[in-house]
Design a protein around this ligand. Structure first.
Ligand code: ADP
Ligand code: MG
Length: 258
């Protein structure tokens, strides 16, 4: 099926239960097939860890969900609606999803508070005073209220990543995508960022996080999805994934972290 053909009317209807459903997502860069038919469902308040070797397709998959990456085939349902339909306004879809990448998250020429309030003000049309009140609350909740008027370069890497995370949730997105948000940080700064992710998870934010932090995934994720060369090899409750992985590839992968 090409990207432009919709599923036939008699094709099985995708299940539209959760926040996100992916069906048969395929993506190639030239001859290099990076996503080979990804099916994934994420329920409200669920925290899904996406793990796999470097190059397995984690970032491409997250970018796909946020419509930053075109797909060659498949369907993306957000809140039950098909957002992979080419007629859909991608900006409106992105406004419903929070994203934090590995680095270069904050706009360097904007104050920390302007970073946090930008999407609320420009995309969601929240009045500046309301957006700033909320933004200051969020910054206070992560101990950064004093840096509200500073530029991002005054913050440590860990503080910048935490500000990027509260920026991503300031608009109360339906889904938060985190792509290795700690892997560019000095080791001593990782803990404070993970603590923030943990508190969001506990607060009920629906999260998909690509991560190499296996201990953290085990502790915080409800489910772990293991991606290997563009395929989901294993998708299991976190405890089961780490204690009784079903597939040899999963065991090989986990052995690298022991
Ligand atoms: P991961 O995040 O798991 O490390 P990625 O999704 O970044 O994996 O990459 C998966 C594969 O897709 C890699 O082989 C990578 O080189 C390739 N890839 C990613 N983006 C592009 C691109 N824009 N052009 C060509 N190849 C790409
Ligand atoms: Mg990646």
């Amino acid at each position: 099926m090409s990207r432009t053909e919709r599923p036939a009317a008699d094709a099985p209807a995708p299940v539209a239960a959760g926040v996100l459903s992916l069906r048969g997502i395929r993506r190639a860069f030239g001859d290099h097939v990076v996503l080979r038919g990804i099916d994934l469902d994420v329920a409200p308040h669920e925290v899904v860890a996406l793990v796999g070797a470097s190059g397995s397709g984690k970032s491409t998959l997250l970018r796909t969900v946020n419509l930053l990456e075109p797909i060659d085939d498949g369907v993306i349902l957000l809140g039950g609606a098909d957002v992979s339909d080419p007629r859909v306004d991608a900006d409106r879809v992105r406004a419903r999803i929070g994203v934090v990448f590995q680095h270069y998250n904050l706009f360097p020429h904007l104050s920390v508070l302007d970073n946090v309030t930008l999407a609320s003000r420009l995309v969601h049309r929240v009045p500046r005073a309301d957006a700033e009140r909320r933004g200051l609350e969020l910054l206070a909740s992560i101990g950064l209220a004093d840096f509200a008027r500073s530029f991002p370069d005054r913050l440590s890497g860990g503080q910048q990543q935490r500000a990027a995370i509260v920026r991503a949730i300031a608009t109360e997105p339906e889904l938060l995508l985190l792509d290795e948000v700690t892997s560019a940080l000095d080791p001593e700064l990782v803990g404070e960022v993970l603590a923030l992710v943990r508190s969001l998870a506990e607060g009920g934010t629906t999260i998909i996080m690509a991560t190499h932090e296996m201990a953290f995934a085990r502790e915080v994720a409800d489910r772990v999805v293991f991606l290997d060369a563009g395929r989901i090899i294993e998708d299991a409750p976190a405890r089961e994934f780490f204690e009784a992985p079903r597939h040899a590839r999963t065991r090989e992968f986990l052995a690298r972290f022991r």
